[in-house]
Design a protein around this ligand. Structure first.
Ligand code: ZN
Length: 136
C-alpha cells in the first residue's frame, strides 16, 4: 500500500468565480502512480467550495447566480458583525470542500461532466487544493 500527497497552488481573480482544476487534479493523480485505490481531494478553505460538476460557461454562471439567490451577500448574518464574508462561509458549508473517488485500473471513477470545480466566494486570494491518493 502506497500513499501520495500533493498541494496544487492556485490564485483566484474575482471575488466570486468558478475555477476549473480538472486538468491539474488528473495530472496529480497520474503523478501518484497509484492504479487502484482512492483519491481524496480536499479544499482546505472555509469560504470556497469544491463541486464535481460540468465546467460549461453557462452552468458556471448559473451556479454562481443561484448561490447568490439562496445566500445573498448581505443577508443580515451574525458572522458579518465580526467579518464581512458570512455568505461565503455559508455557501462553502452547503456545497462542501472534499471528495473521495475510486481509482480503478488507472482511471478515476467520475462522470463525464464531473469536473473538479473550485467555487470561490471570497476572492481574489491565493488558495490550494490538497490531493491525496492511497492504494497500489
Ligand atoms: Zn469569516
Amino acid at each position: 500500500m502506497k500513499t501520495w500527497f500533493k498541494e496544487i497552488a492556485f490564485s483566484t481573480r474575482q471575488q466570486r468565480e468558478i475555477v476549473d482544476l480538472t486538468d491539474e487534479v488528473l495530472e496529480a493523480a497520474r503523478e501518484s502512480g497509484i492504479r487502484n485505490g482512492l483519491l481524496v481531494v480536499q479544499l482546505p478553505h472555509a469560504t470556497a467550495a469544491l463541486a464535481l460538476n460540468e465546467g460549461e460557461e453557462g452552468l458556471k454562471r448559473d451556479l454562481l447566480e443561484k448561490l447568490d439567490d439562496l445566500v445573498p451577500v448581505r443577508g443580515g448574518y451574525h458572522h458579518d458583525r465580526i467579518d464581512d464574508n458570512a455568505h461565503a462561509h455559508l455557501k462553502s458549508a452547503l456545497i462542501g470542500t472534499s471528495a473521495i473517488l475510486p481509482i480503478v485500473d488507472g482511471h478515476i471513477i467520475r462522470g463525464t461532466w464531473q469536473n473538479f470545480l473550485i467555487v470561490e466566494q471570497d476572492g481574489p486570494r491565493r488558495r490550494s487544493l490538497a490531493v491525496f491518493a492511497i492504494g497500489e
